[in-house]
Design a protein around this ligand. Structure first.
Ligand code: RAM
Length: 371
């Protein structure tokens, strides 16, 4: 409760001073104490969840969330938020973290959810197109499908719960690279998987921003490396970038797993290469600072718990028929407030949770215990 209050106050103050959001129509950005995370299982686990009724009333059905992969705290926090909202509404939440961040792993999970007869699937897609057959089969069976975090193509979903505008993320990250590099020099991206729709969209947006204005012309993007959201592979890829590009100035890691691994490598090695990207304050606090002792001057993110909460409200609204996922649909996401579904760039629809939020030496201590 205290964390909720603290978070709401911090969020309100920060929005006022920094003109960036903590998430959609909601000021309760830090419900890190949501109490229902204990039932989250990875795909290897046994759900022991019983499939409920047909979900005709809000919250009374069985709602599944499928994240990108197990062992990623960002995904766990998102699942916590999802589960908290579903269970508070009297529903049954099924949490699936596939063992690997691959489309194949998610297809098997989707197949088993279809067999169980769940009412909805909310999925962070590991591949934009490869889940289409499985998700279409789910929708044909009457299961409502939305995406959160990482989207599928429009034919594979009803709506995408997008954490922040792609353009805004690209702009924020590109400006961070420009600023931290001092305006020129080599930089590299350390991403998640090469198929991840969210990372690929953000990287493309960064490239567009870089080409849109002369002020970025002194920057050279030397490589996009992939750590597959695995700590060891992300560590290895960071070390490889350092060995390959002795003049490298900045690494941008638009993944919480990648940025955490890179932060440790750079800080442990006392490297002059600096880091920015998207990171969890709880994992990055020891690396954030504007001096030689810290590898990451600042980074961005949004509230992963609220992302899961909005995914849950969206799932319930799809199941009870309040929305179909069409442009212009409106619904109230509980205490998060009102949301409207808008057209997405890919021809499908989406809603936006909020704006990317900046974490730096001045505010990291206030956020590191929140998420
Ligand atoms: C990682 C995942 C996730 C992404 C965050 C920023 O945890 O790749 O999809 O949204 O980073």
């Amino acid at each position: 409760m205290k964390k909720k209050l603290l978070s709401a106050l911090l969020c309100t103050a920060m929005v006022a001073t920094m003109a960036v959001g903590c998430g959609g129509g909601n000021s309760d950005s830090g419900n890190a104490d949501s109490g229902s995370s204990s039932e989250a299982t990875n795909d290897a686990g046994d759900d022991a969840e019983e499939v409920g009724d047909d979900g005709g009333e809000s919250g009374s059905g069985t709602y599944a969330i499928v994240t990108k992969s197990a062992g990623n705290p960002f995904n766990e926090k998102t699942a916590d938020g999802f589960q908290e909202v579903i269970e508070a509404a009297g529903g049954t939440a099924i949490v699936k973290h596939p063992e690997a961040p691959t489309a194949d792993a998610q297809v098997s999970v989707i197949q088993s959810l279809i067999s169980q007869g769940v009412d909805s699937i909310c999925i962070a897609a590991n591949d934009e197109n490869a889940l289409q057959a499985a998700l279409e089969e789910a929708m044909d069976a009457g299961i409502k499908v939305c995406c959160e975090d990482s989207k599928t193509n429009p034919d594979s979903r009803q709506v995408f719960v997008n954490q922040a505008g792609v353009q805004e993320i690209g702009q924020a990250l590109m400006d961070a690279v420009l600023d931290i590099s001092g305006g020129e020099g080599q930089w590299a991206v350390l991403s998640a998987t090469s198929q991840a729709a969210n990372q690929n969209a953000w990287i493309d947006a960064m490239k567009e921003v870089m080409e849109s204005d002369d002020k970025y012309s002194g920057l050279e993007l030397v490589e996009v490396a992939y750590g597959d959201d695995e700590p060891q592979k992300s560590t290895d890829q960071t070390q490889a970038l350092l060995a390959k590009y002795p003049d490298l100035k900045v690494i941008c890691a638009p993944t919480t797993v990648g940025i955490n691994a890179a932060a440790k490598v750079l800080q442990d090695e006392k490297s002059s290469v600096k880091l920015t990207g998207l990171g969890l304050p709880s994992e990055m606090a020891e690396y954030i600072g504007d001096d030689d002792d810290h590898s990451c001057p600042y980074m961005y993110l949004w509230n992963p718990i609220d992302l899961g909460r909005l995914g849950a409200y969206t799932s319930m609204a799809l199941v009870d028929g309040t929305i179909t996922g069409a442009e212009g649909d409106k619904f109230t996401a509980g205490d998060m407030g009102d949301y409207e579904i808008v057209a997405a760039d890919d021809g499908g629809t989406e809603m936006i949770l909020g704006a990317p939020f900046k974490f730096d030496a001045d505010n990291i201590d206030e956020w590191k215990d929140v998420y």
